[in-house]
Design a protein around this ligand. Structure first.
Ligand code: SF4
Ligand code: SF4
Length: 438
């Protein structure tokens, strides 16, 4: 194993030991009495609903059919009766039809011995079709179907298993490394077989979970042991594509070589779909923040209300100042404890007023820390002044449209100037995030 330098400019050092304990194996969340399953948990249009109110559904049954590009199949995470089909708001914006399943009847998978399929004899096309049928999507928002990401005939120059969690509080990917090392490595091998990349890298940080995963990899006789292992400094925003590829010194070259970046949770979903013939029914979710009594990582069924997960953590210590789905820097505020876990949910955070710090907002003191932190070499303080004075054209000239909304400047700002919200309001729309294969 050899160390690699970090990305070249900016970023912020996150001291993970400050927010809560190191990653531990995940706990199994209680099964939800009522699973709320959105038919849009992916980048494209919602899947078409295949069930009716009052109908009994089995665990893993197809309940939503993908009928458009970037859409994905949706399966029943629990057995039960369809109590309702209604529209719900999605935390990341927009709304979706959702199937509400009241838990009832027996499980087809849970608690039963799982049959394993020999993936090495499968063809690339068979594996791709299986991933499509099982509704496997990239576990990072916006949840692009892996069938679309992998279906590109031309193999990428680089395939990365990115296990570095660079936002504070997040531990789900580390927990899955501890719980499912062999399965993740098999999933990564499957991806390597589908894609035949020129170079494969396992990107880790220096955490105990990463170390144990690295040992599991080195001890195995599988092909993944041949992949390069890079230990990277967990400096935010290392999980953004440009910063990660720069850290790995990946050069697209003149031909514009492509790179595919997947999370351990996505590699695990690939393993489950191909080896166990299992659709995406569960997610590893971090439940943390200063307002949560006992933070933990849970393996939860899709459709589990986030309020149920917080209850499992012992509830709130006090009223949270903000509830966030995802990381504290790039996550989405959520106002409803009934909001469900989806295929792309990585975390539920209940933050205290002190953690949010909105009450300490004060004028800019020109300290320059935002510029030091900006990985795109922008001067956020200056951009903010320009957009606040409606001088957007000048801000664009100074690089406003290059802002990736990574949030590093806002996180580091001692005055809590609302930098990122202003940039989000004034910059041109970003290209779709999660389009890793480009
Ligand atoms: S970090 Fe905040 S206070 Fe410091 S220069 Fe930037 S905007 Fe101003
Ligand atoms: S949000 Fe934009 S301006 Fe702020 S650090 Fe990130 S890229 Fe730079």
């Amino acid at each position: 194993m050899r160390s690699q330098p970090r990305f070249r400019h900016g970023g912020i050092q996150i001291d993970a030991s400050k927010d809560w304990q190191p990653a531990r194996p995940a706990r199994n969340a209680f099964l939800p009495n009522g699973a709320v399953v959105p038919l849009k948990q992916h980048a494209g249009p919602a899947a078409r609903c295949l069930v009716r109110k009052g109908e009994y559904v089995r665990e893993g049954m197809l309940i939503g059919k993908a009928e458009a590009p970037s859409s994905a199949n949706v399966h029943a995470p629990v057995p039960g009766v369809v109590r309702d089909i209604r529209r719900i708001s999605l935390p990341e914006g927009g709304d979706s039809e959702a199937v509400v399943i009241a838990l009832e009847g027996s499980f087809d998978r849970l608690g039963r011995r799982e049959e394993r399929y020999l993936w090495k004899s499968m063809t690339r096309r068979d594996m791709l079709n299986t991933l499509r049928d099982r509704g496997v999507v990239d576990t990072e928002a916006p949840g692009r179907p892996l069938y679309d990401l992998l279906g590109d005939k031309e193999g990428p120059g680089l395939l990365v298993l990115n296990a570095v969690e660079s936002e504070p509080y997040l531990r789900a990917e580390s927990s899955i490394l501890l719980d499912k090392a062999q399965e993740i490595l098999d999933g990564f091998d499957i991806l390597r077989k589908i894609l035949s990349p020129e170079r494969s890298v396992i990107a880790l940080d220096d955490s105990a979970a990463a170390e144990s995963f690295s040992k599991a990899n080195a001890a195995g006789s599988r092909e993944t042991a041949l992949a390069e292992v890079s230990v990277l400094e967990p400096r935010y925003p290392l999980d953004m594509e440009r910063q990660l590829l720069e850290s790995l010194r990946f050069d697209r070259g003149r031909g514009g070589k492509k790179a595919l970046i997947v999370r351990p949770s996505a590699a695990f979903a690939v393993y489950e779909a191909i080896v166990l013939a299992k659709p995406m029914l569960e997610r590893y979710v971090t439940v943390a923040g200063g307002a949560v009594k006992h933070p933990a990582v849970y393996k939860a069924r899709i459709g589990t209300p986030i309020g149920d997960l917080i209850e499992e953590c012992g509830g709130f210590l006090g009223p949270p100042a903000r509830l966030i789905l995802g990381g504290p820097i790039r996550g989405h505020a959520v106002h409803d404890l009934d909001a469900p876990v989806t295929k792309t949910s990585s975390a539920v955070l209940a933050l205290t007023d002190e953690e949010v710090s909105s009450s300490r907002r004060s004028p800019c003191i020109r300290c320059g820390r935002c510029a030091e932190a900006c990985p795109e070499r922008l001067i956020p303080e200056l951009l903010y002044r320009l957009v606040s004075n409606r001088r957007q054209a000048e801000a664009v000239e100074l690089g406003l449209d290059c802002c990736t909304l990574c949030g590093a400047c806002g996180y580091i700002c001692p005055s809590r100037v609302p930098l990122v919200a202003s940039f989000a309001a004034y910059r041109r729309p970003l290209p779709a995030t999660g389009e890793a294969l480009r």
